[in-house]
Design a protein around this ligand. Structure first.
Ligand code: CMP
Length: 131
């Protein structure tokens, strides 16, 4: 997901360019806005965290771009491309270093395992929306 902060700040094109340039194939994509319920479901693993309410508020405040990406070693390579959760800790040239605001409004989300990538892909897309 390209998050609401990055969409608001006009970074969709630049972020997709970096993703394509890093060799990822886009197999599904949509411009959409999460409801409160959807954001609570997507981030359910964080529901006990003190920042959960803030996270849901942020993720629902405007549109996002969601996508399913394919590549050899995709999860690890995508996490390297986006950088650390906190942009202050992210390596130079990473998407979060370039486009994120802070640890909460950090521009982009990537799945942390192949298993979660399947779950998260199915959250955003039906089978016939993935090519
Ligand atoms: P993401 O990789 O999508 O996974 C969980 C999200 O919670 C994270 O990116 C941030 O948007 C948010 N987050 C993580 N840590 C904090 C924090 N300490 N305060 C506020 N939001 C956070």
């Amino acid at each position: 997901m390209i998050k609401p902060d990055a969409v608001e700040n006009g970074h969709i094109g630049a972020i997709l360019d970096k993703i394509a340039g890093a060799g990822f194939k886009i197999v599904a994509m949509k411009y959409t806005q999460l409801s409160k319920r959807e954001a609570q479901e997507f981030y359910v693993v964080h529901k006990e965290r003190p920042f959960f309410g803030e996270l849901v508020g942020f993720m629902t405040r405007g549109p996002i771009v969601s996508a399913v990406l394919e590549k050899e070693n995709a999860v690890e390579d995508f996490r390297a491309l986006i950088g650390a959760t906190n942009p202050a800790d992210a390596a130079e040239g990473t998407i979060r270093k370039l486009f994120a605001t802070d640890i909460a409004e950090n521009a982009i989300h990537g799945s942390d395992s192949d298993e979660n990538a399947k779950i998260e892909g199915a959250f955003h897309f039906s089978g016939r929306e993935i090519y």
